[in-house]
Design a protein around this ligand. Structure first.
Ligand code: IPM
Ligand code: MN
Length: 355
């Protein structure tokens, strides 16, 4: 098979972590026998400062002909807060209708588990975050700006279609896990319109009698994720709550440096990225942890159908952390960015036979 991948390395530490991700992609293709073509895009702060352009709409015509996109990080302190993130990251999510943001939270080894009396096996969940509506709809605005009467409105929008498709996706994911358990996280007590989620969850759930379900309000879910992480298997939630819960979840898996995500529309071009940001102060220092991007490459390969290569990448990372050959998951000490990438490249499929 041959694939076409678009690459947006972006800002800050984006280019250095993407470089390692691409090294792993290259090695995986040789071991697992697939081919690919890359097209790299310059979008990000430098491109914006030089041209005034965030991302041209013609880029979407190219993306739609690809199998997947890999994104490093977007965001730069020199530029208006959130402008590039909204236009590039959220732009891709909304325009390509990538309605699932899939965020696995698996702790790779006991010694990186941050919770007292819990071990790696207690932390194994999959967050399915709605990715194209909710508080990110960008519907709203400000009125009487910079006056004492200023009014700011930001709408949360939930559609029946948007809610149902992400809930159904989560049930399908739950069918694949050993425990077949799905928790819905919302705040339908205080935000009554989220009752649409409650009703849709119940209705779709009837089609999946083999999946056990429960429910938690988002505040309680934050508490349970620390207190009883083993209670969670698959979790489905709104866009904003999923954003917040998965930063919390990243700590349970060893830190932001290992948390990967996929922005997915099943069967269509989808976008894969680490969940961390551009971390401008680490830019160019060869200190950032590339594992999140490497794991995102794994998720990207799974999406295009290279599930053996995907599993190889994940297993290799887990093994390197568990054996402490990668001693530290933070960006403050331990190995350099490129050394981590090299280790993964060397260790990939050390047990499988090359084709
Ligand atoms: C994430 C990020 C984005 C989000 C930002 C950069 C818009 O925090 O991918 O989690 O809020 O979704
Ligand atoms: Mn986030």
């Amino acid at each position: 098979m041959s694939y076409k991948f678009g690459v947006i390395a972006g800002d800050g530490i984006g280019p250095e972590v993407v470089r390692e991700g691409l090294k792993v992609l290259d090695r995986a293709s040789k071991i697992h026998g697939f081919e690919y073509e890359l097209k790299e895009y310059p979008w990000g702060a430098e491109h914006y400062l030089a041209t005034g352009e965030t991302m041209p709409s013609s880029a979407y015509d190219e993306y739609r002909l690809m199998d997947a996109l890999l994104l490093g990080a977007i965001g730069d302190p020199r530029i208006e807060v959130g402008l590039l993130e909204r236009e590039i990251i959220a732009g891709i999510r909304f325009t390509l209708d990538l309605f699932v943001n899939l965020r696995p939270i698996r702790c790779p080894a006991d010694h990186v588990c941050p919770i007292k009396d819990k071990t790696a096996k207690d932390i194994d969940m999959l967050v399915v975050r709605e990715n194209t509506e909710g508080a990110y709809s960008q519907v709203g605005g400000v009125f009487k700006k910079d006056t004492a009467d200023e009014v700011a409105i930001a709408e949360m929008i939930y559609t029946r279609k948007g809610t149902e498709r992400v809930i159904r996706y989560a049930f399908e994911e739950a069918m694949k896990t050993r425990r077949k358990h799905l928790t819905m996280v919302d705040k339908a007590n205080a935000i009554r319109p989220q009752d649409l989620w409650t009703r849709t969850f119940e209705e779709v759930g009837r089609e999946y009698p083999n999946v056990t379900t429960d429910h938690a309000y988002v505040d309680a879910a934050c508490m349970w994720m620390i207190k009883n992480p083993e209670a969670f298997d698959v979790v489905v939630t709104t866009n904003l709550f999923g954003d917040i819960l998965t930063d919390l979840g990243s700590v349970l898996q060893g830190g932001m440096g290992v948390a990967a995500s996929g922005n997915i529309h099943p069967g269509q071009v989808s976008m894969f990225e680490p969940i961390h940001g551009s971390a401008p102060k680490y830019k160019g220092k060869n200190k950032a942890n590339p594992l999140a991007t490497i794991l995102a490459v794994g998720m990207m390969l799974d999406h295009v159908g290279e599930s053996v290569a995907a599993k190889d990448i994940e297993d290799t990372v887990v093994e390197l952390v568990a054996s402490r050959r990668i001693p530290d998951l933070s960006s403050r000490s331990g190995l350099k960015t490129d050394e981590v990438g090299d280790l993964v490249v060397q260790s990939l499929s050390s047990t499988a036979t090359e084709r």
